[in-house]
Design a protein around this ligand. Structure first.
Ligand code: 13P
Length: 262
């Protein structure tokens, strides 16, 4: 049985500072009464909004994260953001390896491994995103791809860091305006592969790592996804970018999960 549910959103390269602050303030207000013992929510806005957001948001209610991070603390890395700079803002989460980072900007599994280790050693929650492309799915190698991304991403990561590790399964073909959501059965099947691989990497304790599903989550599929045995949470893009809509999606999903557990 799942002990806790996770609902988060990556705002990608949308919303300016004022829009982000308004959105976060509203979401915090709307979700303030939800029981944080059973539910964690997090938002990952643009870098430019992070300073004001961390001043405004109570991270006991909504955790804040960054969309990417360099593995080095400082140096000749023009355009990159250091773990120390993100720590300075009091952020809790660093998202690593989103499909757009891997497929638009060419980030590799080797880079993920460096970033995961840097994020953990700087005391962030490392949210590692993984997922197969449509082509890999058609070739029937999805499980191999997911296993590779996990095994390489977490190479030499001590099991002592398990409480600070989250994984998001986001099939590349399911993400964004041209994406087609994975069926709940397909998502469950892949989440199970991920769970088993995490046990292989970290031992039995690896099973406690939250694994979130992302890719065209919407009010029509969130409930059937959240009740799947190996899906611990939902990582939402477009359907979360309006605070009212995201609040409704979260409440509906929690209600459905509770009914299902009863
Ligand atoms: P969409 O929900 O818009 O498909 O985006 C998912 C995502 O990329 C979350 O990181």
């Amino acid at each position: 049985m799942k002990k806790k549910l996770y609902f988060g959103s990556n705002l990608k390269m949308y919303k300016n500072v004022a829009q982000t602050i308004e959105y976060l303030g509203r979401l915090q207000e709307l979700t303030a009464d939800l029981d944080r013992d059973v539910f964690t929510t997090f938002i990952i806005p643009s870098y430019t909004s992070l300073d004001r957001a961390s001043g405004l948001i109570d991270q006991n209610l909504i955790l804040l994260g960054a969309q990417n991070m360099c593995w080095e603390e400082q140096g000749q890395f023009t355009g990159e953001i250091s773990p120390l700079m993100l720590r300075e803002l009091g952020l809790k989460i660093v998202e690593l390896g989103h499909s757009e980072r891997r497929h638009v900007f060419g980030e590799t599994n080797e880079m993920m491994n460096l970033k995961v280790k840097a994020a953990l050693s700087h005391d962030f929650i490392a949210l590692l995103c993984i997922g197969e492309t449509g082509e890999e799915k058609d070739f029937g190698v999805s499980d191999e791809v997911l296993r590779t991304q996990l095994i390489m991403g977490f190479r030499d990561v001590s099991p002592a860091y398990i409480p600070k590790i989250w994984v998001a399964y986001e099939p590349v073909w399911a993400i964004g305006v041209n994406g087609k959501p994975a069926s709940s059965a397909y998502a469950q099947e892949k989440h199970h592969v991920i769970r088993e691989t995490l046990k292989e990497i970290f031992g039995e304790e690896g099973a406690s790592i939250p694994v979130l599903y992302g890719g065209s989550v919407n009010p029509g599929n969130a409930n059937e996804l959240i009740v799947q045995e190996d899906i611990d949470g939902l990582f939402v893009g477009r359907s979360a970018w309006d605070a009212e809509n995201f609040n409704a999606l979260i409440r509906d999903a929690i209600r459905t999960w509770r009914e299902n557990e009863a």
